[in-house]
Design a protein around this ligand. Structure first.
Ligand code: NG1
Length: 466
């Protein structure tokens, strides 16, 4: 569609684009009136339950939501990507797909765009790819646990994919984007990219990994999702990255120790790599009993020397085999010791909560669902140590204000709480939280209702006058 034919009226009439009016004005400044443009969106996600389970190949239960990043795209010079953000605080970026793509400094927003491009190049090669120029706009808050980072990665990959007619399945694109986002430095799992790409209106997604599988579950018609910002920030490109990567390593260590435990108890080795492999079809009957025995066998904390003894190797070998984050980095052992027992306990039980949550949804039992959310929060605070005093307090006040359940959502260490509230009661719920947690201040943009929405893809504008 020619840019000149797109009016403010067209934008305002569209259910998504009407939230991105500054995008049209900016595109008209940056592009020529005669340019053919296309629009793409990538939504954020809210994870309802199943936290820090994805990189352990255990299931999650998120939904894509109605807050998103939108790209207005025109074809660019071959092999070059250029981006302008509607927000002036984000500088313009430009890079070539034909050279080795090096990251900007840590925390730069352009790294997520580069990650998406790198993912596509890694899968399809970069030589023949058409480049693009885009102006981008977002209604997705950053660093609150709604995966704005994954939305950028996915949108960049989706645009390259569609402009070049690459014909990949959404599931494959999700896997590519999940691997690609590690370019930014977190050893993350695959939940965010899968939720962003595979979302559907009024639907929760039960996502299993290795291989990626999605079961679509109807979102509770009798309940609403309310997101509440704890106002504490956890920049995953900053300090929270180390705290996140530590959990990934501790789970890896827990699996190494689990295999040692089984060997010490006379079991022959089985092909297990992740906590999600602790299943009857791999391990045989009696998984839960073995897990209970293992939890009793583990010590609460291990330093590197104790790990070497428990794993039966040298300290150097433990570092090499377990502490690696990416090609460049290894985790430094934490001063308070590794805590595989607590981490394992959270993940294994959280997995079971996800399975139960799906059953509660099918039964229309939002109260049970809410109770599972509360248990998840307790486990994240006590065992996984990813909650904060603000998040704990906000969850408590959300329950007092009438939520069926409330828990932090996303990586933790700050960001948002997700609360499940009876349909029609969100107004009263928000007012009560405003008066308590937010001490009567304006909560616009801090507490809001989210709706499960469609996943990433092209937005087609019908006609210039519609
Ligand atoms: P967010 O909230 O987007 O930082 C992170 C990981 C997920 C998942 C959750 C915890 C990335 C890109 N995302 O999400 O894979 O592990 O934490 O459940 O690392």
């Amino acid at each position: 569609m020619k840019l000149a034919t797109i009016t403010e009226k067209t934008f305002s009439a569209h259910e998504t684009l009407r939230h991105h009016l500054p995008l049209l004005a900016k595109a008209k400044q940056v592009f020529e009136a005669g340019d053919e443009v296309r629009f793409f969106k990538a939504p954020g996600r809210v994870n309802m339950i199943g936290e820090h389970t994805d990189y352990n190949m255990c299931p999650v239960l998120p939904c894509a939501v109605d807050k998103e990043i939108v790209f207005c795209v025109r074809q660019g010079e071959p092999g070059v990507i250029k981006l302008t953000n509607v927000e002036d605080e984000f500088e313009d970026i430009s890079f070539s797909l034909l050279e080795d793509i090096k990251p900007y400094q840590q925390g730069h927003w352009g790294n997520y765009i580069k990650a998406g491009a790198k993912g596509i190049i890694g899968r399809c090669g970069g030589e023949k790819l058409r480049g693009f120029q885009a102006v981008i706009s977002s209604t997705l808050p950053a660093a609150v646990g709604m995966s704005s980072s994954a939305a950028l990665v996915v949108c960049s990959a989706q645009v390259l994919h569609d402009l070049n007619d690459l014909g990949l399945a959404k599931e494959e694109l999700a896997d590519i984007c999940a691997t690609a986002e590690r370019f930014v430095g977190t050893a993350g799992g695959g939940m965010d990219q899968a939720a962003c790409l595979l979302g559907r209106k009024d639907t929760f997604l039960k996502i299993d990994f290795n291989p990626l599988r999605v079961q679509r579950v109807k979102a509770p018609p009798g309940a609403e999702i309310v997101l509440c910002d704890s106002l504490a920030r956890a920049e995953k490109s900053g300090w929270a990255r180390g705290a996140y990567n530590r959990r990934v390593v501790e789970c890896r260590l827990a699996m190494g120790l689990f295999k040692r435990y089984l060997a010490e108890h006379g079991e022959s080795p089985s092909p297990m790599e992740y906590i999600g492999d602790i299943r009857e079809d791999i391990l045989g009957k009696g998984c839960a009993e073995r897990v209970e025995g293992f939890l009793r066998w583990l010590r609460p904390e291990y330093d590197l020397a104790a790990l070497a003894v428990a794993l039966g190797g040298e300290e150097d070998a433990v570092s090499r085999d377990y502490l690696r984050i990416n090609e460049r980095e290894y985790l430094s052992p934490p001063a308070d010791g590794f805590k595989p027992q607590q981490r394992f306990r959270h993940v294994y039980r959280e997995w079971s909560r996800v399975e139960q949550a799906v059953l509660s949804l099918a039964a229309g039992d939002w109260r049970s669902f809410g109770k599972l959310m509360d248990e998840s929060q307790e486990s994240m605070a006590e065992c996984y140590e990813i909650s904060t005093p603000e998040l704990d307090e906000l969850c408590r006040q959300a329950r007092q204000a009438g939520a069926f359940g409330a828990r932090l959502t996303g990586a933790g260490f700050g960001g948002c709480v997700v609360a499940l509230v009876a349909r029609g009661a969100s107004g009263e719920f928000i007012a009560r939280l405003r008066d308590s947690f937010y001490a009567g201040e304006d909560v616009a943009g801090k507490v809001f209702v989210c709706r499960p929405s469609a996943g990433a893809g092209e937005i087609v504008l019908e006609t210039s006058s519609s």
